[in-house]
Design a protein around this ligand. Structure first.
Ligand code: EPZ
Length: 419
């Protein structure tokens, strides 16, 4: 078993280069199944979710060559099976994108129910509704999803809930469907736009990604042969921005799109931090105890749920009482119990948590319950006095490239230790 050991407190200072976005990359890789040819994907984050995505594609028949740790060339000319490996697909959430892509490519797929972070109920009814509207039949039996379509046909699809996964999945399934599909009440996250940009580069005709209404004009075939670079990770950037505030440090983030970070920038200014926006880089610094603030998580462009735990660390240390209302996931406050072990005073009730700010956190052994909770604990350990041990690193490794290396470069005293 591995753990991270952090000795704090350290104000984080220096430069961080942001990696490619996990939540875009895990959709772009299955999207290559729609192509009968070869393409190169660059700026991939070097994380375990990407490695598992590649293994799934290989087991379906794709040939993958690693050009370096951030770039692969995928040849999807020969897709040899419509059964995705159940053991791998159940390891992470984004395996559900295999359904949309394979319905488009082969009209058939058998795949395990997706896994991923345990954040409460994670239904996929909107995905299924979308596939059925496009003419597919979808059955769920003993944890396996069977989806089939003789021929997909465009349809108007209204999403009852703003869903990142369902928006992307329906987009994937409709790229090759005859006619014009509309997705109303679509999600608008930067990774939706990135997946649409990738598909359009390959010859798809998708319009309106990044707005509430996406129109997909079905095309007969996509081209092979493109090189595409994944968008910078909004959530990794936000994680380091909030780490700068929580540790009262001074960080400059390179390779980020600051437009994607506006909701985070606004909250950082509200709590008394400083922001210098340079377009493709951003500097965040804070030299005092943060002020209190209230947060409500919302779909993009609102404050992202995937930065709620990291913001929770800032508010745990703030001057005054703060409230976070989590509107996306039922169970995203598990990290608050761990912060309380470190001296925080947080009371979580359902989807609301009350933070009575404390002056200091103190090192303690803590457990990461999910990916972003793990990142929050790394920030807390760096800000806290004494030694923090963080367990359950497999969650963090799913979504953060080399987290200890990146934190060490900006001054954190952090080691990965085998027990
Ligand atoms: C994506 O999950 C992200 N994962 C999550 O990031 C992120 O928290 C979430 O979007 C919200 O931004 C990936 O992109 C791989 P949703 P997804 O469908 O697509 C409900 C991380 O830490 N819903 O937008 O699964 C659902 O229960 C992860 O990187 C339905 O009711 O989220 C939730 O309340 C964690 N029916 C809300 O919609 C459906 O069919 C939003 O979920 C689908 C979703």
């Amino acid at each position: 078993m591995e753990k991270l050991v952090i000795k704090g407190p350290t104000p984080l200072k220096g430069e961080v280069t942001i990696s490619g976005a996990k939540n875009a990359a895990v959709a772009i890789l299955p999207a290559t199944l729609l192509i009968d040819g070869v393409c190169t994907i660059e700026n991939l984050p070097n994380i375990s979710d990407i490695k598992i995505s590649c293994e799934i594609l290989e087991q379906l028949g794709a040939k993958i060559t690693w050009n370096n740790e951030h770039s692969i060339t995928i040849d999807t000319t020969n897709i040899t099976t419509t059964k995705a490996p159940l053991d791998l697909t159940s390891k992470f959430r984004a395996s559900y994108y295999i359904i949309g892509a394979m319905l488009g490519r082969k009209g058939e797929i058998e795949v395990g129910m997706p896994g991923g972070c345990k954040l409460g109920a994670r239904p996929i009814d909107q995905h299924i509704k979308g596939f059925e509207m496009l003419g597919a039949t979808v059955n769920l039996e003993k944890g396996t999803i069977y989806a089939k379509a003789k021929k997909l046909k465009a349809a108007p699809i209204y999403m009852d809930i703003v869903s990142v996964g369902a928006t992307i999945n329906v987009m994937l399934a409709s790229v090759l469907a005859k006619g014009t599909t509309t997705i109303d009440n679509a999600a608008k996250e930067p990774h939706i736009v990135d997946v649409a940009n990738f598909l359009n580069t390959m010859g798809a005709d998708i319009r309106g990604a990044g707005t509430d209404v996406i129109k997909i004009n079905g095309v007969e075939k996509l081209n092979g042969g493109c090189t595409y670079s994944v968008v910078p990770d909004q959530i990794e950037a936000g994680t380091f921005m909030l780490a700068a505030v929580a540790t009262r440090g001074d960080l400059t983030l390179k390779n980020c799109i600051t437009k994607h970070l506006e909701s985070i920038t606004a909250k950082i200014v509200e709590v008394g931090g400083n922001v210098e926006d340079n377009g493709d880089s951003i500097r965040i610094w804070c030299n005092k105890r943060p002020n209190n603030a209230n947060i409500k998580t919302l779909p993009y462009p609102g404050f992202p749920t995937d930065l709620q735990p990291q913001m929770g660390v800032v508010l745990a240390l703030a001057n005054g009482t703060s409230v976070i209302n989590e509107s996306i996931w039922e169970s995203r406050f598990q990290y608050t119990e761990e912060l309380n072990k470190m001296g925080a005073k947080i009371t979580a009730q359902g989807k609301t948590a009350f933070f009575e700010g404390v002056k200091k956190l103190y090192g303690a052994p803590v457990y990461s319950s999910d990916l972003r909770a793990g990142a929050a604990l790394v920030i807390a350990g760096t800000a806290a006095e004494g030694e923090t041990e963080i367990y359950n690193l497999e969650h963090i490794d799913r979504g953060y490239e080399n987290i200890e290396e990146k934190f060490r470069k900006i001054g954190a005293k952090i080691e990965r230790v085998k027990e």
